[in-house]
Design a protein around this ligand. Structure first.
Ligand SMILES: *Cc1c(COP(=O)(O)O)cnc(C)c1O
Length: 837
């Protein structure tokens, strides 16, 4: 292997003075200089290159993680701890540096050190590119989970893919989304360590044969395959000030040496190099789809690559530690599948245990069913993965055989439970019959695992009553709920240091690891001085956001205005359009002079649309066109502003949530599985305007109805209304809505682009609009009026803001992970001994 991969991790050999690993300001200054001058080869003008300064500081911080990392693993191995393997196609990590400093407890020392060298640490932090290896909520959940696992001292390994290109960068041209590739690794990545020594071979294609081994046992062999190497890259995941450093292991696809040897020897040099490139396509790019890219072969390759590499890795570690005895394996291991994406792991574990380790079907199935746990993330049926049997037979012939066998056993179980019921057999079969046979991967996941969970109470309940009803009837004990959360380290302590300091001054810093303690803030809501300080901090956050995004935001924006924020993927079910209808309604009121007791409002909307999702892209265009008209109308003045914030991502959210007054969570009831943006915003003192959907329901339960702006039909009402839904009649009966629709239809927002919003307008006027936007219009407008009335009383609003933060304790991923651990994983926390300066 060429050693160019070691470029970013070479320093040790080139330094003469050994790092102290101390954590004083002087230690950081010494190490920083050493890296900057010796390793990175820059001259001693430290301010000349923020990029190299960021590298030097990151390397200094990384050094402090290394010993802890190794000690953590030695401790787990010595104790032979049970482990959990979290399999996820996405880890939306964002930036690492400031989180690592927070968790190591060295922010002040490092900040001072940089300051003494004439560097503002903020500038360095802002240099780091986001690791955007995920689409949205699901990927960010995985990132928050591994932070909490390390903080709770649980032996959990994250397994994912090291995409060369992450989530695309979003730019706007003429108000339309343009995608740019995100080559996040172009300047290297100091946080990862390549572990070539643990590379593994992944099979694809070929066919199967039955062979007899030396003991006379028959074994299925999967042969004539085209293999690809999986090379692991490890990232340290530090717990919060506890010496634990867990691992995120991401796999990169690399061509095997002999993969192209035949072609090479045949003299076809170009072909052989080309096939190397094809092998390496597997981890080239993240699919930028929020729902699911159904049927794409490359996507199936990615899923299998993740599953096979991770399971082989786990099994080879097992064999190194326990030999070829698997009797205790299920006691000591658990796999958590983050959505249906990695569910091919169920068939792969069967294959590895039987074909590679010689276990019987019964033993292998027993182990699989005791170690696999499945988390479902969506109720949208179009997002449930299905793979054509033909494709599976071509790409993964051995796995297809195993799935057929699993299905046969499963269907006989079903037949025994419901004798004579033919319909239920075809409803529940893992194989969907039809013009083309398909594998229902979600069903495979349920059949092969011991736990199936949804991600908020309503979502779990709807899974049991709807999508997975038959399975719930068969195996009620498998089903459970684990309401999502977010890590309070990144989403409060780190992103909002001023608010964090005020909270700590009031109630101590226990909240950082025991978020329920925020409850102690409640009495401070009645303290005028505290409210004043709370308000000033919110104001400053707004000013910082305006300053940071001044490229996109009007710098004359009024920081007294209500900051009304909707940031999330652009999707019809999330109803950004409903938000726009309200903005147009406010604009219409201003134009009519209906402005007594007006509350100045700044509406910020941000989010990416899947590149192939026409309607979502059209809504981005609508937001931008409406913004252009409103923001340049002198009548509007500073009463109202609308902005689209381009390239919404983790680092963007860290800047946005401290500045939010109002959190828009306005999905059609029953469609948002949980939401986590709602939790980040609540934690930072935003009030929610929301439907009874996903975790909104639990947020309202925690904070109380008087501190939450509820509107809209319930899930049951939505489903009841659907049959006789008549949006035209609703529009006719509502003057405000009529005027809004007339403005849209008159082309007021697309004067020189005739017809571009026709589809959008038609979709909300359609009787078959699945998202029933128009049905919730009146109730949404009324709720927004209650928001304005509340905002006019600043003390009252601030009281509610404090109470929202004070009651956000439930939404820490520490709580979520403790729930997973209590009900599913059953791990013992493993303290890591302290042995550092
Ligand atoms: C939290 C987060 C999400 C999820 O937001 P929802 O409002 O729950 O859909 C998506 N993207 C990013 C970058 C996030 O930080």
């Amino acid at each position: 292997m060429p050693n160019k991969r070691f470029v970013m991790s070479k320093p040790i050999s080139s330094i003469t003075d050994v790092p102290t690993l101390g954590v004083t300001k002087e230690d950081f200054i010494g190490d920083f200089k050493r890296y900057y001058v010796h390793s990175l080869g820059r001259d001693e003008n430290f301010r000349s290159s923020p990029f190299y300064a960021c590298e030097a500081l990151s390397l200094s911080i990384r050094d402090r993680l290394m010993e802890r990392w190794k000690t953590t693993y030695k401790t787990y191995n010595k104790r032979d701890s049970k482990r959990v393997f979290y399999l996820s196609m996405e880890f939306l990590m964002g930036r690492t540096l400031s989180n690592a400093m927070l968790n190591l407890g060295v922010i002040d020392e490092a900040t001072q050190a940089m300051h003494d060298l004439g560097i503002e640490i903020e500038e360095l932090i802002d240099r780091e590119l986001d690791a955007g290896l995920g689409n949205g909520g699901l990927g960010r959940l995985a990132a928050c989970f591994i932070d909490s696992c390390a903080t709770l001292q649980l032996p959990v390994v994250g397994y994912g893919l090291r995409y060369e290109y992450g989530m695309f960068t979003q730019t706007l041209v003429n108000g339309e989304q343009i995608e740019k590739p995100d080559h996040w690794l172009r300047h290297g990545n100091v946080w990862e360590i390549e572990r070539l020594e643990y590379s593994l071979r992944i099979k694809l294609g070929g066919h199967t044969e039955i062979q007899t081994d030396e003991q006379g046992n028959q074994r299925v062999c999967w042969i004539s395959t085209h293999d690809v190497l999986a090379v692991p890259f490890d990232t340290p995941i530090p717990g919060y000030q506890n010496n634990t450093v867990n691992t995120l292991r991401l796999w990169k696809a690399v061509a095997t040496e002999e993969f192209n040897l035949d072609e090479f020897n045949a003299g076809d040099y170009a072909e052989s190099v080309a096939s190397k490139v094809i092998a390496e396509h597997i981890t080239m790019v993240l699919y930028p789809n929020d729902a699911n890219e159904n049927g794409k072969e490359l996507r199936l390759r990615q899923q299998y690559f993740l599953a096979s590499a991770s399971l082989q890795d786990v099994l080879s570690l097992w064999v190194r530690q326990h030999g070829h005895e698997f009797d205790n394996f299920a006691e000591k291991s658990c796999f958590q599948l983050n959505d249906t994406h990695p569910s091919i792991a169920i068939a792969e574990l069967m294959r590895l245990l039987m074909d590679m380790h010689g276990l019987s079907w019964a033993k292998a199935w027993g182990i699989t069913r005791q170690t696999m746990a499945y988390t479902n993330h969506t109720l949208l049926p179009e997002a449930l993965e299905k793979w054509s049997v033909k494709l599976m037979q071509r790409l993964l012939p051995r796995l297809m055989e195993i799935i057929f066998e699993i299905n046969a056993c499963f269907l006989s179980e079903v037949a025994a439970h419901w004798p004579g019921d033919k319909a239920i057999l075809s409803r529940m079969s893992i194989i969907e019959e039809g013009a083309e046979q398909q594998v229902r991967m979600a069903y495979l996941a349920i059949v092969g695992s011991f736990s199936v969970n949804g991600v908020a109470q309503l979502h779990s309940q709807l899974l049991q009553q709807g999508l997975f009803r038959d399975f719930y009837a068969l195996w009620p004990h498998k089903f459970n709920n684990k309401t999502n959360g977010v890590t309070p380290r990144r989403w409060l302590a780190s992103c909002n240091p001023e608010l964090a300091a005020l909270i700590t001054e009031a109630i101590g810093d226990g909240w950082i690891t025991h978020l329920d303690e925020l409850k102690k803030l409640e009495p401070f809501a009645e303290d005028a001085e505290f409210r004043h300080r709370w308000r000033v901090i919110k104001q400053n956050a707004k000013l910082r956001l305006i300053e940071h995004k001044k490229q996109y935001l009007d710098i004359h924006l009024n920081p007294d205005a209500l900051f009304d924020i909707q940031v999330k993927r652009i999707h019809e079910y999330k109803r950004q359009i409903l938000n726009v209808l309200h903005v147009i309604h406010l604009y219409d009121r201003i134009k009519r002079g209906d402005t007594i007791n007006w509350v100045a409002r700044c509406v910020l909307i941000g989010g990416k649309a899947a590149p192939g999702y026409v309607m979502a892209k059209r809504s981005i265009k609508l937001i931008n066109n409406v913004a252009l008209v409103i923001n340049s109308d002198p009548d509007v003045d500073d009463k109202l502003a609308l902005f689209f914030l381009p390239d919404y991502r983790v680092s963007g959210m860290e800047m946005i949530c401290p500045a939010a007054d109002l959190s828009e969570q306005i999905s059609t009831a029953g469609k948002e599985a949980s939401g986590t943006g709602n939790m980040k915003l609540m934690m930072n003192g935003a009030l929610t305007i929301g439907t009874l959907d996903g975790a909104n329901i639990e947020i309202r339960e925690e904070v109380g109805d008087e501190n939450f702006f509820l509107f809209g039909l319930t899930e049951e009402q939505i489903e009841a209304r659907r049959e006789h839904y008549d949006p035209i009649a609703i529009i006719d009966q509502d003057e405000d809505l009529q005027r809004v629709v007339n403005l849209l239809e008159s082309g007021h927002f697309n004067q020189f682009e005739p017809g571009i919003f026709d589809d959008l307008i038609a979709s909300i006027k359609s009787k078959h609009d699945p998202w029933m936007t128009v049905a919730d219009f009146r109730s949404y407008i009324d709720a927004q009026k209650r928001v304005e009335a509340a905002y006019q009383d600043k003390d009252h609003w601030t009281r509610m803001s404090i109470l929202n933060c004070a009651n956000s304790g439930k939404f820490s991923t520490d709580r979520t992970i403790n729930d997973y651990n209590r009900d599913i994983w059953k791990l013992e926390p493993v303290p890591v001994p302290v042995q550092y300066p």
